[in-house]
Every structure is written in structure tokens, then in C-alpha cells.
Write a protein that binds this ligand. Structure first.
Ligand code: ADP
Ligand code: TRP
Length: 362
């Protein structure tokens, strides 16, 4: 057992971020209160995100990066349990990096990197395996979903389950603990994994003395559920999505396909039940939203409302879309950003790993 004061020196890892001044546009100075909390999240590289991901996850993360020291990595190791195409994985990794930069991720505060560039994460996962009860993994939602599906199909419960999927939460705990994270913003489906990281940190600290901080999951701010083209929650699994950076003609086609009822122009519509209006709310300014609300009640036709929605979305998304396309044509620039991020992440990772090694191996 290590003595607490021997360890406490290692635990003073606070970043000196308090109040900083950021230049937003040319002359407009804005004060952000910098918190000294460390925010960390991982995004799996599985293809172009949709507008639900943008409103519910990516946009809030970009906002958060303005006032917190943020570690944001592309979870390519986590994708390996189901992705077998290295070229596609590489391309999707660039896509996520380009999207975050194009959306304005603050690269001063945010450390953007590839998960696989930091070898310490795999080393830490190996160490954490030894304090993680197997029963914890048996209870993981993602593993249980696979075994339930197999059982329902009359197959061996572990059919098609690889160890990457089974031990997924241990690698995720390593991600979280390696960077001394305080806050882990995730979707509701990932909350259990963050709780497992807390459990694993607790087991470790109990055996080896205080070594890890306790991270706290933060479930998406209340942005509401963004409806998809068919009115259900926008989701990859429903095939009803609008891709975040769809080219303008495709965006227009998708918007025109949003399902409506058969009310005619001139008939009053209830804005709060309309997908068109729910989407518009997230892109337009307050007075524009109020104006469309009034016009729908007064009988605005769906065709006109869709046209306004498309134009608004396109005007908000066209600059980041252009930047995204520019970056995707300049992957050397993305490599540089990711390499810089990895160098910054490695400093913290090496320090934590050294502490763990000392605790476990002497
Ligand atoms: P999908 O349902 O398309 O598979 P994910 O589960 O990968 O989406 O979601 C990733 C993140 O995006 C989640 O953290 C969630 O907060 C956000 N998100 C996904 N769909 C929506 C939606 N329709 N509305 C709001 N947020 C969403
Ligand atoms: N498992 C997360 C997902 O599927 C991605 C992820 C990997 C992550 N490591 C993480 C999220 C660490 C937060 C913290 O979306």
C-alpha cells in the first residue's frame, strides 16, 4: 500500500486555467470562465454524423471546448471490434477530425488526437484488466445486447463476440483514467461505461492507494431529440438521417422529403408537432423562429416552410462544410493537427502510466 502523501504529489494535476480572454471575431472580445475541470470524450469513426449527432453531441462539445481543458480523441481502437477495413477506418478518422475542426473546436484548449497514437492507453488497459471483475464485463449493455440476440436466435450466446467487444469497457476506462478526466460527456447509451470506469478506478485505488480521479459522466445537455425525415428520432438505425455535411443539393432533397400531413396552405399548423419547425429551431435566430411559429399558425404551406428551413440550414452549414471539404483534401494538415494533439496527450498519458506502473510493479 502506498502512503497517501507519497501519492498525493502525483494527484496534483490541476491545470492552471481560470479566466482567459479569447478573440472571437476581429474586434469582438468575449470573456469565458475557464473551469479547471478536465473534460474528455471519444468519438468512434464510423462515418459522417447526422444532424441529430450535431445538435445533440458535436455542437455542445465544441461549445464546451471554449471553457474547459478538453481531450477529444477519435476512438479508432474501439472501432476495431467491428470494422475490418483499414482504409475506411483511416478515412473515417480524418472525417471526424475534419468535422471537429470545421465546427470550430478550440484547438488551444482542446487536444484532438487519435486514440491509437497513444500506446499508453493499451498498456493501461492491460494493467486495468487485472483489477476488473469478469462479472462487470458480463453486465455491459453492449455485450448483453449481443448475447441476448444470440440467445433469441438459438445460437451459442457468445457467437461472433470477440474479446475487443467483451473488454470494450476496460479500454474505455483506460481512455478516461489516463487523462485524469473529471467530466465525460457521453450519450445516454455510454453512461454505464463511464460508471464502469469509476468502478474500475475504485477497485484500483482500493488495492494500490489513491491513484485515479473519479470521473463523472455528463449526459447530453437538454437539446431535445432531433426528429428525422420520418418524424421518429433521427438515427442511423432508422435510416432517416440528414448527414451533417451533405452537399447543398442533397440537403435540399432531404429537406423536401421530410414527412408532413396533408394540411393545405392556408390551414393552420401546429408548429410544435412539426419536424420542419423542430429542426428550424436549432438553426435559426430567436426572432426568425418566432416568425415561422406565427406564420405556421397562420397557415404557411409546408413547401414554403421547407424552403425557408433548407436556406437557413444551408447558410449555417455552408461555411463549415467548405472548411470540412478543404481539410479532407488536405489530409497532411489533419495529420499535423492530430500529431500535435498526440504529442500533447502523450505528456499526460506518460505521467499517469508511470504512476500506475510504480503502484503496480514497484
Ligand atoms: P445513432 O442513433 O444515429 O446511432 P448515436 O447513438 O451514435 O446515434 O449518437 C451519438 C450521439 O449523438 C449521442 O450521444 C446523442 O447524444 C446524439 N444524438 C444522436 N441522435 C440524436 C437525435 N436524434 N437528437 C439529439 N441527439 C442525438
Ligand atoms: N464508446 C464511445 C462510443 O461508442 C466512444 C468512446 C471510447 C468514449 N472511449 C471513450 C467516450 C471515452 C467517452 C470516453 O460512443
Amino acid at each position: 500500500m502506498r502512503t497517501p502523501d507519497k501519492v498525493s504529489g502525483c494527484l496534483i494535476l490541476r491545470f492552471d486555467f481560470h479566466i482567459k480572454r479569447f478573440t472571437i471575431k476581429k474586434k469582438e472580445k468575449v470573456m469565458f470562465t475557464m473551469s479547471d475541470k478536465i473534460v474528455l470524450t471519444g468519438i468512434k469513426p464510423t462515418g459522417m454524423p447526422h444532424l441529430g449527432n450535431y445538435v445533440g453531441a458535436l455542437k455542445p462539445l465544441v461549445e464546451m471546448s471554449k471553457s474547459n481543458k478538453t481531450f477529444m480523441f477519435i476512438a479508432d481502437l474501439h472501432a476495431l471490434n467491428f470494422m475490418r477495413d483499414a482504409a475506411a477506418l483511416r478515412r473515417h478518422t480524418y472525417e471526424i477530425a475534419a468535422i471537429m475542426v470545421a465546427l470550430g473546436l478550440d484547438l488551444k484548449n482542446a487536444v484532438l488526437f487519435r486514440q491509437s497514437d497513444i500506446v499508453e492507453v493499451s498498456q493501461l488497459a492491460t494493467m486495468l484488466m487485472n483489477v476488473t471483475p469478469k462479472g462487470l464485463m458480463n453486465r455491459a449493455h453492449s455485450y448483453k445486447a449481443a448475447t441476448d440476440k444470440n440467445a433469441a436466435a438459438g445460437l451459442d450466446i457468445d457467437a461472433g463476440v470477440n474479446m475487443g467487444l467483451y473488454t470494450y469497457p476496460v479500454l474505455m476506462a483506460a481512455d478516461i483514467l489516463l487523462y485524469n478526466s473529471d467530466i465525460v460527456p457521453v450519450g445516454a447509451d455510454q453512461k454505464q461505461h463511464v460508471e464502469f470506469a469509476r468502478d474500475i478506478a475504485g477497485y484500483f485505488n482500493h488495492i494500490y492507494g489513491p491513484t485515479f480521479k473519479m470521473p463523472v459522466p455528463e449526459i447530453g445537455r437538454d437539446t431535445g431529440i432531433i426528429p428525422g425525415l420520418d418524424g421518429r428520432k433521427m438515427s442511423k438505425s432508422y435510416g432517416n438521417v440528414i448527414p451533417l455535411f451533405a452537399p447543398a443539393p442533397e440537403l435540399k432533397k432531404k429537406v423536401m422529403r421530410i414527412i408532413t400531413d396533408s394540411r393545405l396552405p392556408g390551414e393552420p399548423k401546429d408548429p410544435d408537432t412539426l419536424t420542419i419547425f423542430q429542426l428550424y429551431k436549432h438553426f435559426a435566430a430567436r426572432d426568425e423562429v418566432a416568425a415561422m411559429h406565427g406564420q405556421l399558425l397562420a397557415g404557411m404551406g409546408y413547401g414554403d416552410a421547407k424552403k425557408i428551413l433548407f436556406e437557413k440550414m444551408d447558410s449555417v452549414l455552408s461555411a463549415p462544410r467548405m472548411e470540412y471539404e478543404r481539410l479532407m483534401n488536405n489530409t497532411a494538415e489533419l495529420d499535423k493537427i492530430l500529431d500535435d494533439g498526440a504529442a500533447r496527450a502523450r505528456v499526460v498519458a506518460a505521467e499517469t502510466y508511470k504512476r500506475v506502473r510504480r503502484a503496480m510493479l514497484g
